[in-house]
Design a protein around this ligand. Sequence first.
Ligand SMILES: [Mn+2]
Length: 424
Amino acid sequence: MRINKTAIQEFNQPLLGDHQRRFDFLAGGIPNVEDVITRLMEFQVAIPSWALGTGGTRFGRFSGSGEPGNLEEKLEDVGLIHALNQSSGAISLHIPWDIPGNLADLKLLAAQLDLRFDAVNSNTFQDQPGQEHSYKFGSLHHVDPAVRKQAVEHNIEVIRHGESLDSKALTVWLSDGSSFPGQLNFRKAFRNTLESLQEIYAALPDDWKIFVEYKAFEPNFYSMTVGDWGQSLLYANKLGDKAFTLVDLGHHLPNANIEQIVALLMMEGKLAGFHFNDSKYGDDDLTVGSIKPYQLFLIFNELVEGMDARGMNHASDLGWMIDASHNVKDPLEDLLQSVEAIMLAYAQALTLDRKKLEMAQSANDVVAAQEILQETFRTDLRPLVAEARLRAGGALQPLGLFRQLAIRKQLIKERGLKSVATGL
Ligand SMILES: [Mn+2]
């Protein structure tokens, strides 16, 4: 299904008066308000193809209904999100869960929905039917060269799929590691991984990037071969200019200072971008901003400061993607909430009085620095984000319109009650 412009206008109409009043009040206090709105309108967050179905845990999966049954339907789902919020104009594909079939049709559909293809993701953390060698003991780090070769070839195949859709980056996340002391020689595992990544790197087109994602634990619980940002940065530095470190918010040990990691990676010109989600404990993959919205703001504060210091384009120089899973929510509603939380944190970072903060820092005025951050964080910027959405042609309240149009009901009518999306 598609949402037409008239439905959005009709939904917005009765809300306009109240919105205008709230926006005017807020705009009066933001000196660069037009610039902020323009930046918000340009900022797009990619939706991963695997987040459109209901997520599961290792204990089970309770499928929702009307889930997209093929790649075209996944594109349509992202198209729905984007039509509502005008901030989700990209989709990130996972291979082999979503191998593109008819390229011309797929590209046409993407163009109609105003979507582009973001980074492509490889998968060497599962065995696929008919696969010659198993990844039970890892892939790019494996002790057997034949397994490494198979994993390298898979990644190169993923690059080729991405090229056919005009993607510009490959994200590599490895589950490689060990679950028991003594299982691995750490140096050999690192070198094997580096050599494998070098072969993949050599197959990258000139205008492509490779994102090396790290994760502290799970599925291996004693060591991970790309376990933290230091290890990822080692690989990225050794690989070359097209290699970067990807930060997934849920892939750290508890209480890690992610905003500091981000600041230093940017200083080194090695930050690839983000996989957004939220967590209470580990890789919980919860809705962005649902647990630690202040941390999300602090991260965006460093991002904006760091990108401006390097003269970077906020919208296009880093990869912005959601990587979350939702086992008790409607995936589309959850994604709308996640994108809204990201936009809000970005808006907060854009409106922070950076000069004032710098002065407080220079004077070691710790109290003032905290006040400046929290003044911004506690200002309700939702009307500002809504204004950007309104000007871009989206709904003032995306979630409200999703429910008013009973979109899930429509999707169930089209796809059936038992349609299950591919993924974990
Ligand atoms: Mn991730």
